[in-house]
Design a protein around this ligand. Sequence first.
Ligand SMILES: [Zn+2]
Length: 303
Amino acid sequence: MLPHTLVRIVRGTVDMKTQNETTLTVFYNDDYINPSDIETRTKAKPIAELIEQGVVPGVRLASPTMATREQLLQVHSEAYVDQIWGESDVLRGSILASTGGVLAAVNQAINDGASGSLSSGLHHAKHNRYDGFCYVNGLALAALHAIEFFSLQDVGILDLDAHCGGGTFELVGNHPQVRLSDVSVVGYDTWSSSDPRHFIKIVKSADQYLDEVKNSLEHLCGIDFLIYNAGMDPFEDGGGMRGITREILEERERLVAQWCIDTQTPAFFVLAGGYTSSKLDLDGLAKLHIPTIKEFRRILSSK
Ligand SMILES: [Zn+2]
């Protein structure tokens, strides 16, 4: 069977299933949480509680199986995976559960058309090391998983975290079937490429932000599958850029979901960055991530 034929069949399945199935599956369990850690490994719990309270109708939580050592070795060196294995049980459990959730979300999105996982701390992780709160690069791993298990030809990673995804570029920037689109507001972990498969923009002011998000989506037209790193750390009251308001981030999520609907591209999200500050407590941060979930639910209900 030709890969393109398979892609059409996958899309056909998406259309058929979602006529009757409009529940968005979001992966999470309490193993994701490392209570003594930063928001990257604590905020999923209050977000899951909001989902359980029905803040977004039509969303269900599902518990993934933990990622395996073999899966981590697809993107990380043996020495580094050994290092992860040497971490505390709680931290290692958090890393493996949230990485398992990313892989489960790939399968679910290909089946349903959209899904998510409350995982974060992915895009800075390098082949041989931890970087910037990120241990395992679930974005690169998800792209390889989608290509290998579902024979997809062209997988896109949209990274709208405040920081650049240099780890993802290191791991899959040379892969001919992976397209990267990265809009950031600071140059941390930046990367550059002359390959037309890739798009990176570091915006200088908030009034450019949504236009560059539109450009980043346009760049991805033609992909078979979208992996979305939905960072909320561009938020002005969460240490991001002045002028990037809650409303701008809500509009950003609407643009991403509408692009998925218009192009009929299966997609899943992970949380990425988003931090508390003197103006934003953990509950406020959890609420900031809700529009991503609401909009991914809309992808299913629009079928
Ligand atoms: Zn970030």
